[in-house]
Design a protein around this ligand. Structure first.
Ligand SMILES: NC(=O)c1ccc[n+]([C@@H]2O[C@H](COP(=O)([O-])OP(=O)(O)OC[C@H]3O[C@@H](n4cnc5c(N)ncnc54)[C@H](OP(=O)(O)O)[C@@H]3O)[C@@H](O)[C@H]2O)c1
Length: 224
């Protein structure tokens, strides 16, 4: 698969290297072409680097790791039409972790900016440090990657990309769910930094085996 990044920071570099290790063709995009080329040199695996515009043109899947909207970052967003855009962004942490409720997610704002692009929310609930672990180790710990989007095929592509690098993909439905997933991103950063659990804290959904008998009386009709 041809995968590009917009931005060459911690997330783009990490995910770019991981996908290149899996045999994908990776192109790092930056505001500064030379910076992207030096990230590609560091990354190896035949990765390339250039401008954000070149990256947007190269990839079938674009890993979007900047908080600014594509209409500001790219000279034209036409080139993104029909492509998969992975949004890993979280909002800036407010003073004292005093997050407001999310009434419109960053992913929905992205989708409104590039309506012909298949925006998929993913990879915002684990810290960069987790990606430094090998996919094999991550797999052992059943780390969830929460994924939502309005296009089923795009979502399946991202679920496969998550699985390849060790994560357990969790289908969270339509892009509206990004409000909840970004809330999880805020929560895990609060646990990591606010409550000092450190960057290896993660959130996972686990399914337990069913109880063999309902010795507590089972679920009765009531609140859901
Ligand atoms: N780091 C984590 O552990 C982590 C985990 C989950 C989610 N996230 C989220 O993922 C996103 C990226 O995080 P990150 O840690 O990769 O950040 P980062 O290291 O600061 O990288 C972001 C990159 O975006 C580009 N950029 C910055 N400001 C820009 C602007 N005004 N216009 C265009 N490009 C700009 C820069 O790339 P160039 O200089 O190459 O243009 C920069 O290297 C954030 O929203 C963050 O909340 C981060």
């Amino acid at each position: 698969m041809k995968i590009s990044t917009i931005g060459t920071g911690n997330m783009a570099r990490s995910l770019g290297i991981l996908w290149a290790e899996q045999g994908h063709e990776v192109f790092f995009g930056s505001r500064n072409s030379e910076k992207a080329q030096s990230v590609a040199e560091f990354s190896g695996h035949k990765t390339q680097g250039g401008t954000n515009d070149e990256a947007a043109a190269f990839g079938d899947v674009i890993f979007y790791s900047v908080r600014e909207l594509p209409s500001i970052v790219l000279s034209s967003t036409e080139v993104l039409s029909g492509k998969v855009l992975i949004d890993c962004n979280n909002q800036e942490i407010p003073e004292g972790f005093a997050f407001d409720p999310i009434s419109e997610s960053l992913a929905e704002k992205l989708a409104a900016d590039v309506p012909n692009t298949h925006v998929v929310k993913a990879f915002n609930t684990m810290a960069q440090e987790v990606f430094e672990l090998s996919p094999q180790v991550i797999r052992e710990y059943n780390v969830s990657c929460f994924i939502c989007g309005n296009n089923q095929q795009a979502k399946e592509t991202v679920m496969t990309l998550a699985e390849e690098i060790g994560f357990f993909p969790v289908n969270c439905g339509s892009l509206r769910s990004a409000r909840m997933i970004e809330g999880l991103g805020d929560f895990i950063r609060f646990m990591i930094a606010g409550m000092e659990l450190g960057p290896y804290a993660t959130i996972s959904v686990n399914k337990l085996p069913e109880a063999k008998n309902q010795r507590l009386g089972g679920r009765q009709a009531g609140y859901t």
